[in-house]
Structures are given as C-alpha cells and as structure tokens.
Design a protein around this ligand. Structure first.
Ligand SMILES: [Zn+2]
Ligand SMILES: [Zn+2]
Length: 301
C-alpha cells in the first residue's frame, strides 16, 4: 500500500531562498491528506503536479501564519473549480471562525461542505479513522496551542497467493485473508498459512512542528517509523530557539534517538540559513538516518 509524503514547504516564518512555508502531502493508499497549508501551498501543488482536487483531509497544527495562510486560497480555488465532495478539516477551534469571516465578507458560499473538527490542544487524542489509518494528536509546546499529528497505518489482512488460490472458491477468501483455516464440504482443510502471505507491517509517520524540546510528547511518538521534526535553528542559537519555542537540529536528532524512530526528516528552517547542510550534519551527529525535508521530494514512509 502506498504510504509516502511529499514536501511542499520547509521554511519557517516567511518564504525565502525558494523555500515555502510549511506544508506536506501524505498519500496513503491513494488518498490525499494535506498537513499544514502555508502561503503558496496551492502553487506548490501545481509545481509538483499534484491534483489539489484529490485532497479530502486537511490537518492544521496551529494558527501561526506560516502553517495556514494558504488555506483560504486553496479552499477558494477548489470552490471555483467546481468541487462538490466534502472537505474534512482538523485544526484549532478558531480556524473555523477565520475561514467563515473570509467567506462571509467575500459573499462566498462554497459549493462543497466543510466538515470541521476542532482539536483540543491539551490532551493527545485520536481524531480520525478510516479503513487505512488512524490519526492522533501530539501535544507540542509552542507559544500558542499547537498539535502535531501521528498517522498510523492499520494492520492489513494477509495476502492471497494467486497461484494457489485459483482453485479455491472465492467464498473462502475472506476467512483465509483473516488468517482462519477453512474446512471444505469434503472435509479437506485449507490452512491460511499455506494460501496466504503475511501482510506488510503497519507503519507510522509523526509530524512535529512547531515546538520546544519537551519530553512530555515523546511517549506519543515512541517507535514511529518516520519522524518529521522541526529544526529551525543550529544549536549555537539554543537561546533563540527557547525564546521562540522552537527546536535546534541537534535536539531534533536527539529526539529521534530517544523515541527510537527509524528515520528523521528535518524542516521548518529559519530564513537565516541560505544552505542547509550544516543543519543536516548537526542532526546527523545525534541521529544518523536523517534527511532534509527538501521541497518536491517524496519520501517512502
Ligand atoms: Zn512555524
Ligand atoms: Zn509557530
């Protein structure tokens, strides 16, 4: 099953050096989930050839502009392009008010319904579930209420071995895929183990932006497969990071080690860094399997 993320924006605060503010597109089993929607996100979707119309779920971490100022533009374009299917949006309660006031004063009635889910930023909770995955909030420590999100794939069913099941009546497929053995009317027993292969292990993707280094959220992301963590500054600016409630690249690497992530992506780079190699090396000094969340790149999760 496809489980990958494409980076649309990796800049903190302002667009600079061709970097856009935060946004990522998660593709899970060909369903599209947008995570944050900084200014310019719809331009990035066009640039990377991603159809915005396919996005059905949007998750917004917090109300600093670099994480949501692209949302009204994106929602308006979808309206103008004739969307009718609902859009589910998960975010801080006040986000709905912001959206409504924008549409009120432009006398816009969207052609499609927005299903809005207000997030409680005080306690981690499951906020979404479908047949492919679960989404839970991560309670981050920022200047204003901020939640990250962890996307956890569900356990899949076993897979039929086609060459062996050609002769088996289809009515028995469901049981075999569930791992159940089947007894045929003639008394023959079909062992699930012989007719199927084990499913892929479910994987998880944790998205943490923006936050101070704070042990309280580590338990929510323990053992995640891929961790995206903000790394706004080099560690020499630790005081600045604390002041602005952000993380350094070294701390991002340390967090990945502490929570036993398999892979780390860092992003949300400060506008003071024209090149990012130093941030990468610093994070790698604490956690080797680190990569930069470079815009346009797609990472298998
Ligand atoms: Zn930010
Ligand atoms: Zn912020």
């Amino acid at each position: 099953m496809k489980f990958e993320v494409t980076i649309l924006g990796s800049s903190s605060a302002t667009p600079v050096f061709n970097r856009n503010p935060s946004a990522q597109l998660l593709n899970c089993n060909e369903k599209y989930y947008l995570i944050d929607c900084g200014e310019g996100t719809q331009h990035q979707l066009i640039r990377f050839n991603i159809k915005a119309a396919r996005i059905d779920y949007i998750f917004i971490t917090h109300l600093h502009g670099d994480h949501y100022l692209g949302l009204v533009g994106l929602l308006s374009s979808l309206h103008l392009n004739g969307r009718t299917k609902p859009m589910q949006i998960f975010g801080p309660k006040a986000l709905l008010e912001i959206l409504e006031i924008q549409f009120k004063y432009s006398d816009t009635t969207l052609r499609y319904p927005i299903e809005f889910f207000a997030i409680d930023a005080t306690a981690s909770a499951q906020i979404f579930e479908n047949s492919d995955l679960l989404v839970k909030t991560i309670i981050l420590n920022h200047r204003i209420p901020c939640t990250g999100f962890i996307f956890e794939q569900k356990q899949r069913q076993r897979k039929l071995i086609k060459e062996k099941t050609d002769e088996v009546p289809m009515a028995y497929y469901t049981a075999l895929k569930k791992g159940l053995d089947v007894t045929l009317p003639n008394g023959e027993v079909l062992l699930s183990e012989e007719y199927t292969t084990p499913p892929e292990a479910p994987r998880s993707y944790a998205y943490c932006s923006d936050t101070l280094f704070d042990e309280r959220y580590f338990s929510t992301i323990t053992n995640c497969d891929t961790l995206y963590h903000e790394a706004t500054f080099l560690h020499e600016l630790l005081d600045r990071a604390k002041e602005t409630h952000h993380t350094t690249a070294l701390q991002a690497g340390e967090i990945a080690t502490i929570v036993r992530a398999k892979k780390l992506l860092i992003g949300h780079f400060s506008s003071r860094y024209k090149t990012l190699q130093m941030l990468l090396e610093e994070a790698q000094s604490a956690f080797e399997n680190t990569e930069l969340a470079i815009e346009g790149r797609t990472f298998q999760l």
